[in-house]
Ligand binder design. Structure first.
Ligand code: CP
Ligand code: NVA
Length: 328
C-alpha cells in the first residue's frame, strides 16, 4: 500500500483504491484477531494519543490496536498536558515527533490537526475534528461490506446534522466508493456547497450520485443504509439544543423512516447515541423538552436492523489497519 509515512487527516486526501485497501486490511486484521493469530508487527514503536474532546470508542480502539500490534501507547487527556494553554501545537508537534512514531489527535478545528501533522515529522491520525472523522469511515464501510456484501451501487441515507464531521466524511467516502449518498435533513443542515460540489465530482467519476433533500419519504426510499448522529456535537454550546430539536426532530430515524427503506436495510450510528433516558444529557433534555429519545428511537436502535455494535467493534480493527498501513 502507498500510505507508508503518510498522515490520515481527512477522506478528501485518500483515493478510492486506498480506502478499499484499508477496508480489506481491516478485515484481514479482524480475522487474525478472531483466530488468535499474533500480529505484534510493530514491536518497539510508540504512539501518543491527544484528546482535547472526550471519547470511549476512539481512545479504546487506539489503545487496544496499539497493544495488539506490540506498540507502547501514551494517552494525553483534555486537561492533562500543556497543549494549547502553555504550549503551541507547533511546539507540541516537534516535541512529540521526537519521542513517538505516530500521533493521534482529537479536537476542534481541522487546521489544528493539519498544523500538528506539518510539524510532527511522523504520521498523524485524525481521531475527530469539527470537520471530519476519517477513522470512523473505514469502520463504517467495513461494517456495510460485512452486512451487504458490497459497497458500490448501494443507497446510503444520512439523516440529521449533515454539515458536521460525520455528514461531511460520509458524503465524501460514499461518493468516492460509488455509493449513492443522500443527505436527508432540513436545508440549513446540508453540507457546505463547496464540499457537495467536490463530492459530486468524485461521485460522477465513481458512477454514483449525491442528493440533498428535505423529504424523508423521498430520501429514505429504497435505502440500503440509514445513518444518523447526535444533533449537537461535542464542543457546541448547550443553547443550540432547542433549535436543533425543533429543526431536526422531523429527521429522527424511527420506524416510519425505516419503512421507506428496503426491507433488509441496516441502521447505523457512530455512537454515542441518545435513544433512551439512560444518559445524563438524555435526562436533562427530557426534563427541559419532554423528549424521551432524540436522533433515533429506542425501537430502531435496539431492533433487528441495527448494526451499531458491529460498527463500534470495527473501530478497533480499522484503526489498527490505519496505523499498520501508515507505519509499516
Ligand atoms: N464514534 C466515536 O468516535 O466514539 P467516541 O466519541 O466514543 O470515540
Ligand atoms: N458529531 C459527533 C460525532 C461523535 C463521534 C461529535 O462531534 O460529537
Amino acid at each position: 500500500m502507498s500510505l507508508k509515512g503518510k498522515n490520515f487527516l481527512r477522506m478528501m486526501d485518500l483515493s478510492a483504491d486506498e480506502i478499499l485497501e484499508l477496508i480489506d486490511l481491516s478485515a484481514e486484521l479482524k480475522d487474525k484477531k478472531k483466530k488468535g493469530v499474533s500480529h505484534k508487527v510493530l514491536e518497539g514503536k510508540n504512539i501518543a494519543l491527544i484528546f482535547e474532546k472526550t471519547s470511549t470508542r476512539t481512545r479504546c480502539a487506539f489503545e487496544v490496536a496499539a497493544s495488539d500490534l506490540g506498540m507502547g501507547c501514551t494517552y494525553l487527556d483534555p486537561s492533562g498536558s500543556q497543549i494549547g494553554k502553555k504550549e503551541s501545537i507547533k511546539d507540541t508537534a516537534r516535541v512529540l515527533g521526537r519521542m513517538f512514531d505516530g500521533i493521534e489527535y482529537r479536537g476542534f478545528e481541522q487546521t489544528i490537526v493539519k498544523e500538528l501533522a506539518e510539524y510532527a515529522g511522523v504520521p498523524v491520525w485524525n481521531g475527530l475534528t469539527n470537520e471530519s472523522h476519517p477513522t470512523q469511515m473505514i469502520a463504517d464501510m467495513l461494517t456495510i461490506k460485512e452486512h451487504k456484501g458490497k459497497l458500490k451501487g448501494l443507497k446510503f441515507v444520512y439523516m440529521g446534522d449533515a454539515r458536521y464531521n460525520m455528514g461531511n466524511s460520509l458524503m465524501v467516502t460514499c461518493a468516492k466508493l460509488g455509493i449513492d449518498f443522500v443527505a436527508c435533513t432540513n436545508k440549513d443542515y446540508f453540507p457546505e456547497p463547496w464540499l457537495v460540489e467536490y463530492a459530486r465530482e468524485c461521485a460522477a467519476e465513481a458512477g454514483s450520485t449525491v442528493t440533498l433533500t428535505e423529504s424523508v419519504e423521498k430520501g429514505c426510499k429504497d435505502a440500503d443504509v440509514i445513518y444518523t448522529d447526535v444533533w449537537v456535537s461535542m464542543g457546541e454550546p448547550e443553547e443550540v439544543w432547542s433549535e436543533r430539536i425543533k429543526e431536526l426532530s422531523p429527521y429522527q430515524v424511527n420506524k416510519k423512516a425505516m419503512s421507506y427503506a428496503k426491507e433488509d436495510a441496516i441502521f447505523m450510528h457512530c455512537l454515542p447515541a441518545f435513544h433512551d433516558l439512560d444518559t445524563g444529557i438524555g435526562k436533562q433534555i427530557y426534563a427541559k423538552f419532554g423528549l424521551e429519545e432524540m436522533e433515533v428511537t429506542d425501537e430502531v436502535f435496539e431492533g433487528p436492523q441495527s448494526v451499531v455494535f458491529d460498527e463500534a467493534e470495527n473501530r478497533m480493527h480499522s484503526i489498527k489497519a490505519i496505523m499498520y498501513a501508515t507505519l509499516v
